[in-house]
Design a protein around this ligand. Structure first.
Ligand SMILES: NC(=O)C1=CN([C@@H]2O[C@H](COP(=O)(O)OP(=O)(O)OC[C@H]3O[C@@H](n4cnc5c(N)ncnc54)[C@H](OP(=O)(O)O)[C@@H]3O)[C@@H](O)[C@H]2O)C=CC1
Ligand SMILES: O=C1O[C@H](COP(=O)(O)O)[C@@H](O)[C@H](O)[C@H]1O
Length: 468
């Protein structure tokens, strides 16, 4: 590969194999993707657009795939299509408007509640109708249920799917469910949720996802840390002063109060997205890239986090939050939080990990800032100009750069802070970086050969924050 080329893993087809008993059976049946909570924010902004991108790249062939939206809101197929069409933009499509209208025709909407038989029976009928129309053999069809819903309704939705919407799987077919973060409200409810879902589905059928793990630069953390010799000796308490992991958004709840107000910024962002990033920054090298090995190292980091001190937490709520009609008038749910985590182990003792997250701030950014200690015996007296800092910008405009001290060009011997800059847009021109949800959803029905699906899953990560 030339130095400017980009290695994106490609899949030849969207066909996989599945294990039936002891035999591997090719997956030949049609695929139904059911988005539950289709009227909501996640569905509109991320799930349907990701499905559209996959469609444009040929990963959802129209002769084999159908998409269903399900929610309580009473709308027609066309109303759902209108709601999402503005979000379907693909740089990878040769004729975007044609692709959008063809894609929208794959979508059907069913309205129903999350805890009553009727809606799910109708949904099952619609899916079966589609399977029959595609001549999919009974036992070979695949059904992927994506719960774009608040976790409070996962148990009842899973019960309904189990009771009314399962298909046969003896010919390579399957039924899978994808659940979103936050997985419960605290350790107790997460364990209860796990046990409730575990009674209804086998572990290989369950995908608990955190889309931050699908972001390009989050995925890069493993490579960066463990494939580069020069980071190895520096990545510890002797050299690093502090690590900041920051998420900021420049918009508020915008009608998502139904979900957000029940959870708040800590459960929405910090406990999952930022903790996953923290684990990848802080963990030891895993034995291999197997998901269990990565998970084991993450768990060790989380188990080493000390209880958080009250004086190391700041909470806030943006002005105007309660004006959102979906937010209760007297809500004190935090929309901003800063938390300092301290990892009690040999590598990180004494290094604060500062996690910050906020909605409705003045900019949208997610980044990791690793600040190094001052150089001992500073002969240049350049401390005031700033420290060495390594910044990994997850979004927008993916980049990593290293702030370092250099000689100011010219006759004098003076110093200036400069940057070694790897901005992806410049370095990888013409390359489209996949959206996190594209990778995640694709992996639920076509597992990636290198970094397998369960890497994205939250399974078995203890909820250390809520344990106290
Ligand atoms: N929005 C985002 O960018 C992201 C969201 N997520 C996760 O996705 C899930 C859904 O989030 P999001 O779509 O933003 O939330 P929404 O508030 O938009 O809720 C999604 C849908 O769920 C239904 N719903 C909302 N509140 C309740 C409730 N209290 N009880 C039952 N049903 C309810 C509504 O559908 P109806 O009333 O029509 O049934 C709504 O359209 C959450 O777990 C969130 O953490 C993850 C990553 C990104
Ligand atoms: O999980 C969530 O993430 C989004 C932000 O995702 P991003 O990929 O756009 O950074 C956030 O808006 C939402 O509140 C939260 O549930």
């Amino acid at each position: 590969m030339g130095s400017g080329e980009w290695c994106l893993q490609k899949r030849d087809s969207f066909k996989s194999e599945t294990l039936v008993g002891n035999e591997t059976v090719p997956e030949i049946g049609c695929l139904s993707i059911i988005v539950l909570g289709a009227s909501g924010d996640l569905a509109k902004k991320k799930t349907f657009p990701a499905l559209f991108h996959l469609y444009c790249q040929g990963f959802l062939p129209p002769n084999e795939v159908h998409i269903f939206g399900y929610a309580r809101t009473k709308i027609s197929d066309d109303e759902l299509r209108n709601r999402i069409s503005g979000y379907l933009v693909s740089e990878r499509s040769a004729s975007p408007s044609k692709d959008v209208s063809k894609f929208l025709q794959l979508i059907k909407y069913v309205s129903g509640s999350y805890d009553a038989a009727e809606g799910f029976q109708t949904l099952d009928k619609e899916i079966s109708k589609h399977e029959t129309s595609k001549n999919s053999l009974e036992g070979s069809s695949r059904r992927l249920f994506y719960l774009a819903l608040p976790p409070s309704v996962y148990p009842s939705v899973c019960r309904m799917i189990r009771r009314y919407c399962m298909n046969k799987s003896n010919l390579g077919g399957w039924t899978r469910i994808v659940v979103e973060k936050p997985f419960g409200r605290d350790l107790g409810s997460a364990e209860e949720l796990s046990s409730q879902i575990g009674k209804l589905f086998d572990e290989p059928q369950i995908y608990r996802i955190d889309h931050y793990l699908g972001k390009e630069l989050v995925q890069n953390l493993l490579v960066l840390r463990f494939a580069n010799r020069f980071f190895l000796p520096l990545w510890n308490r002797d050299n690093i002063d502090n690590v900041q992991i920051v998420f900021r958004e420049d918009f508020g709840t915008e009608g998502r109060g139904g979900y957000f107000d029940e959870y708040g910024i800590i459960r929405d962002i910090i406990q999952n997205h930022l903790l996953q990033v923290l684990c990848l920054v802080a963990m030891e090298k895993p034995v291999s890239l197997k998901p269990e090995h990565i998970r084991d190292e993450k768990v060790k980091v989380l188990q080493s986090v000390l209880p958080i001190k009250d004086e190391e937490v700041v909470l806030g709520q943006y002005e105007g939050y309660r004006d959102d009609p979906t937010v209760p008038d007297h809500s004190n749910t935090p929309t901003f939080a800063t938390v300092i985590l301290r990892i009690h182990n040999e590598r990180w003792e004494g290094v604060p990990f500062i996690l910050k997250a906020g909605k409705a701030l003045n900019s949208r950014k997610a980044e990791i800032r690793v600040q190094f200690k001052d150089v001992p015996g500073d002969i240049f007296k350049c401390k005031k100009q700033g420290r060495n800092e390594f910044v990994i910008r997850l979004q927008p405009s993916e980049a990593m750069y290293m702030k370092l001290m250099v000689k100011q060009p010219g006759l004098e011997m003076s110093t200036v802070q400069s940057e070694l800059d790897l901005s992806y847009r410049q370095r990888y021109q013409g390359v489209t970086i996949p959206e996190a949800y594209e990778r995640l959803i694709l992996d639920t029905y076509d597992p990636c050969p290198f970094l397998s699906l369960k890497y994205y899953c939250l399974q078995c990560l203890p909820l250390q924050l809520d344990k106290r």
